[in-house]
Ligand binder design. Structure first.
Ligand SMILES: Nc1nc2c(c(=O)[nH]1)N[C@@H](CNc1ccc(C(=O)N[C@@H](CCC(=O)N[C@@H](CCC(=O)N[C@@H](CCC(=O)O)C(=O)O)C(=O)O)C(=O)O)cc1)CN2
Ligand code: MET
Ligand SMILES: [Zn+2]
Length: 759
């Protein structure tokens, strides 16, 4: 076979930044605690970058990303490049330390500088990654400083790498920001800032610039489309070569627009949605690079390289060297290295590829495309085919059970349930928490010791019971009305349940960044899901035996377990969610049989699970709501079902949230100042609701007056007999001292308000 054009380049859009063994997480936490110096912290970052580039280069990646790293978050980095800093973090007065300023914006405090309310944090598209929301004001006061980026470009160069800076594009940055008013008004000011960034990159002879515009996956209205033309038309690129990247959705609907922009190339996600590669090639100017994101950057399955080869081979000839290959999106959403997994079932392991392996997949694919020799990729992909026919994948009994379900939602309406639930004898404005209490060093130590078999199962159970006892006692002392067991036995609200489910496995080091130093280890759903045994009843019965107050059972809902796992790709997400819902409903029934009267089924991920495109929302919401309702279906009217959500905008999916029909919904609202409640001015939320009264992500303690004010705001739209008092979210990341202080203030606020209402 003739030797083909060798210009095809391999690149990635970004690599995980936490480090192979979560080095960044530990360095961050140590720096915040004052246990390492700024210098040591920054060195850890530099080490991770060096290692990431080495891993990628050794795997055969030719153009390495730089600027994909972040101490905390890449959107926050963009704000810092532009000097867009909220007023309250007064620029120079109390902290001239840029690193600490960064952490103060992100989390409200840092080793230097005063404590301040952190910026809002929200989900990055449909992922479990959170970004720091830029706060824009009419006068942007832009002061560009990309020194950190320039230094990293230099770092890469000194290591001998060919690199490609990565920058979040102006339109996506603007779209993702918070601003009261028409955001597009701010575009000219913002573009002036981007121009300065471009100029500086030009001076640094950056070459290619990866400019991320993931909002191109959305259906943008005419104003935003126009803004794209205006922005890219105006920006003077100099000798920069722009590679416009989008991901998490197809951009077929914007090809006309994109083709009209002055670019040098486009990257498309070929995995998230079916996309027409041929159409893309045909519609884009002949001289552009087309980067095909063919390896799934969001999931952990080994790619079927032979299938990809079949698809790409005919296109490759046409593209004639203008093709680049890449993962579909940044590998940020993937764990780093499968090789570390020493305890994983070998068969399951043979089905998987993490970030490092995905880079190697690109190399194998390129090699086959260049030489026409497919032996290596066929051998590589054999386990993929084995997975799809594996007996582990299908459970006929379960499928039959799902097919013949009759009770798919609760029998009685809210009004009837509310009446029957009077038996709980709760006061007006009942106080409660969201479930978890501080995961102390002691709790983690116990869990780790049990895992290493240094504690017997009896010893572990006893130790956890002691934690539960302590947690119940503290809640009684604080004076809360509805108690929780505190979740000490849970490493994570999803991973914990995954360990009780057949068809699901956990990894040992498969960590993915969720926000800042916080990581998650998403379980791997590879087969049909069934519950092995009761998952929570023993802990809950024990907790309830300790108190006369009601203890709320605590489950994670089907949509959230789905969204926060790596999900099999051979069955629809809807079908997988329904299997999980059935397992959760079995657990609900067990809790009820154990005498638990209030059960919370958390669904914090329901919003993030929505497809990027608005046109696909309703279909998703229909099955997501149905799965939640199935999980509650067997609860009789006198059992109170709570649900909880956080981290997102809910105003635009209010109908679906109402359709969940939980008796009580606790939601995050305080970090965004109860804006959620604005929606209720137009449409009343019909059931009970607890809008969070304080931000649990910050160690700062809210005072009683602040909480009272928020509750009064809530009372303007929610009648007192339906209002609950609770924090924004669970307290597992907090310490006991601040937790006790904050909850005491919360209970005091509720009591004062009750007294006022009684007058
Ligand atoms: N999955 C998920 N997604 C979510 C949330 C969530 O709770 N879960 N909440 C929202 C916010 N995200 C969050 C994500 C993570 C954490 C969090 O606290 N994560 C912990 C890890 C939790 C965990 O699994 N801990 C394990 C142990 C982890 C560990 O470090 N083990 C040691 C071993 C210890 C030893 O052997 O000595 C190790 O692996 O090195 C446990 O407690 O048992 C962390 O990053 O520190 C909080 C919020 C949105 N998305
Ligand atoms: C991210 S939502 C957390 C809900 C869980 N019950 C907790 O309190 O931690
Ligand atoms: Zn929450």
């Amino acid at each position: 076979m003739a030797k083909r054009n060798e210009q095809m380049k391999l690149h990635t859009l970004g690599f995980p930044r936490i480090g192979t063994r979560r080095e960044l997480k530990f360095a961050l936490e140590q720096y915040w605690q004052g246990r390492i110096s700024k210098q040591e912290f920054l060195q850890t970052g530099a080490d991770i970058r060096r290692q990431n580039w080495a891993i990628q280069q050794q795997a055969g990646i030719e153009l390495l990303p730089v600027g994909d790293f972040a101490n905390y978050d890449h959107v926050l980095n963009t704000s810092l490049y532009l000097g867009i800093i909220p007023q309250r973090f007064a620029r120079d007065s109390d902290s001239s330390d840029k690193l600490d300023l960064e952490f103060r914006i992100a989390r409200g405090r840092a080793p230097t500088g005063c404590a301040c309310a952190a910026s809002d944090m929200t989900k990055w598209f449909n992922t479990n990654y959170h970004y720091i929301v830029p706060e824009l004001s009419q006068q942007l006061d832009i002061r560009v400083d990309i020194q950190p980026l320039l230094e990293q470009i230099e770092e890469a160069k000194n290591l001998g790498h060919e690199s490609k800076p990565v920058l979040l594009g102006p339109l996506s940055y603007l779209y993702l920001s918070a601003f009261e008013g028409d955001k597009l008004q701010l575009l000219p000011q913002l573009l002036a800032g981007y121009q300065q960034i471009f100029d500086k990159l030009n001076s640094a002879r950056a070459g290619w610039l990866q400019i991320d515009e993931p909002i191109l996956g959305l259906e943008l209205d005419a104003d935003w489309q126009k803004a794209f033309r205006q922005a890219y038309g105006e920006l003077r690129q100099g000798s920069l070569k722009l590679l416009l990247t989008s991901y998490f959705a197809s951009i077929d609907h914007h090809l006309d627009l994109i083709a009209s922009l002055p670019l040098h190339g486009v990257h498309i996600d070929c995995v998230a949605e079916p996309t027409d590669i041929q159409l893309t090639i045909d519609m884009l100017p002949r001289h552009w690079v087309v980067s095909l994101g063919v390896i799934d950057g969001r999931n952990i399955w080994k790619s079927d390289l032979s299938a990809l080869y079949q698809k790409l081979e005919p296109l490759y000839a046409q593209l004639n060297g203008r093709t680049w290959l890449a993962p579909s999106c940044s590998l940020l959403h993937c764990p780093v290295d499968l090789e570390q997994e020493d305890k994983l079932d070998p068969q399951i392991k043979s089905w998987l590829a993490f970030a490092s392996q995905k880079c190697q997949e690109l190399s194998l694919l390129k090699q086959a495309l260049l030489t026409g020799d497919t032996a290596a990729i066929e051998q590589y992909s054999a386990p993929v085919k084995a997975r799809l026919v594996s007996a582990q994948a299908v459970n006929t009994a379960l499928r039959e059970r799902i097919g013949s379900l009759t009770q798919v939602q609760r029998a009685e309406p809210y009004a009837v349930r509310k009446q029957k639930q009077q038996s709980l004898a709760l006061p007006q404005l009942p106080t409660t928490t969201i479930g978890s209490f501080p995961q102390t060093a002691e709790i983690r130590r116990l869990r780790a010791a049990y895992k290493r078999k240094e504690l017997s199962s009896e010893e572990y159970i006893q130790a956890m019971q002691q934690q539960i006892e302590d947690c119940i006692a503290r809640q009684e002392e604080i004076g809360l009305d509805v108690l929780v067991h505190g979740e000490p036995e849970r490493n994570d609200m999803v991973e914990y349940f995954a360990d009780f489910l057949d068809g699901v496995t956990s990894t040992r080091y498969g960590w993915v960044q969720s926000y800042g130093s916080r990581c998650v280890k998403p379980p791997v759903i590879y087969g049909d899901i069934t519950r092995k045994q009761a998952m929570t009843t023993d802990w809950l019965s024990y907790a309830q035996s300790l108190t006369d107050k009601p203890v709320k059972g605590m489950l994670t809902g089907p949509v959230t377990i789905l969204c926060w796992s790596f999900v099999r790709d051979d069955l629809s997400r809807e079908q997988v969610a329904r299997q999980i819902a059935l397992a959760v409903s079995d657990e609900t029934e067990d809790l009820i049989n154990a005498g638990i009267k209030i059960i919370q089924i958390d669904e914090p991920a329901i919003r993030e699970g929505m497809p990027v495109k608005h046109s696909q929302w309703q279909q998703y919401l229909d099955w997501a709501v149905a799965c939640f309702r199935l999980a509650c279906a067997r609860a009789p009217a006198d059992v109170q079902i709570h649900s909880h959500m956080c981290y997102s905008e809910f105003n635009d999916i209010l109908d679906a949230i109402i359709a969940l029909d939980a008796d009580v919904l606790t939601v995050e609202t305080s970090r965004s100042n109860m804006v959620l409640l604005d929606a209720f001015k137009h449409k009343a939320y019909p059931n009970d609701i607890g809008p969070g009264v304080y931000d649990i992500h910050s160690p700062n303690v809210p005072d009683t007056g602040w909480i009272t004010d928020l509750l009064k705001k809530a009372l303007e739209v929610v009648p007192a007999e339906r209002l609950w008092v609770n924090p924004d979210c669970g307290l597992k990341t907090r310490g006991w001292q601040e937790t006790r202080a904050a909850l005491t203030n919360m209970v005091t606020a509720a009591q004062q308000l009750r007294a006022e209402l009684a007058k």
